[in-house]
Write a protein that binds this ligand. Structure first.
Ligand code: ATP
Length: 238
């Protein structure tokens, strides 16, 4: 599903990603963790075709994302850290707008909007203006927007940062639901305990280096830690 080879990304000569290589299989849930400034958002923005690497290759669905970004985007949902919503519009109207951006067929749009509102447990707020929503509800609505075109691959950057417990639980349920239906999901989070339960595999980044890649058990065994929280604390100390 995703093939990343020797990817480098610099910002004004400063290395944000150094020779990163990894694969992601169809139906996998991959967590990306690491201390602040590790390169998580940079990596995700490259995969979401928002940003370009200086060197290296990225293939998604077998397509070179630099040569065929449109083909990749058509089947990819991206949830950035910042929510992108119109506060004066209702939840439904926001999704109607995003459905247009994603090219969702007009005939199917209403049904798809209702389905994604249901998935994110927002159906009873669909006619309320977004300015009345909590942070967690806005985040859930943003995730709903990214799912309107039924993408095979969902990429979420810190979806649970600063959100309430109900929203966190709803997002975790959504990830498991999408996984069940064969979708592939990439997720960064500072809620490490959450990722431990949701992810098939984890990438650990620090200062642009890919330090570890594997299942939680594999990473803990090879690093001699009891849990990922302990590993993260050690990485932050260095
Ligand atoms: P956090 O957990 O704080 O969100 P992160 O792991 O997502 O961090 P990135 O945001 O990818 O890390 O940043 C990686 C490095 O690249 C950092 O040193 C950061 O300062 C730098 N960086 C990121 N975006 C830019 C930019 N647009 N211009 C210059 N430097 C940048």
């Amino acid at each position: 599903m995703i093939e990343v080879r020797d990817v480098n990304k610099n910002y004004k000569g400063r290395k944000a990603l150094k020779n990163i290589s990894f694969d992601v299989g169809k139906g996998e849930v991959l967590g990306i963790i690491g201390p602040n400034g590790a390169g998580k958002t940079t990596l995700i923005s490259l995969l979401a075709t928002i940003n370009k690497p200086e060197s290296g290759k990225i293939h998604i669905f077998g397509e070179d994302i630099l040569k065929n970004p449109e083909k990749v985007r058509a089947n990819l949902g991206y949830v950035p850290q910042e929510t992108a919503l119109y506060p004066m519009l209702t939840a439904y109207e926001n999704l109607d707008f995003w459905g247009g951006i994603y090219g969702v067929d007009n005939k199917l749009k209403k049904e798809k909007i209702d389905r994604t509102l249901q998935l994110l447990r927002l159906e009873d707020r669909k006619n309320d203006k977004v300015k009345t929503f909590s942070g967690g509800m806005k985040k859930r609505l943003n995730i709903a927007a990214s799912l309107l075109h039924d993408p095979e691959l969902l990429i979420m950057d810190e979806p649970t940062a600063g959100v309430d417990i109900l929203s966190r639980a709803t997002i975790a349920e959504l990830v498991l639901e999408l996984k069940k239906s064969g979708r592939t999901i990439l997720i960064t989070s500072h809620h490490i305990d959450e990722l431990e339960h949701l992810c098939d595999r984890i990438l650990v980044l620090r200062e642009g280096d890919l330090l570890y890649s594997g299942s939680v058990e594999e990473i803990l065994r090879s690093t001699g830690n009891d849990d990922l929280e302990q590993l993260m604390l050690k990485l932050e100390e260095v």
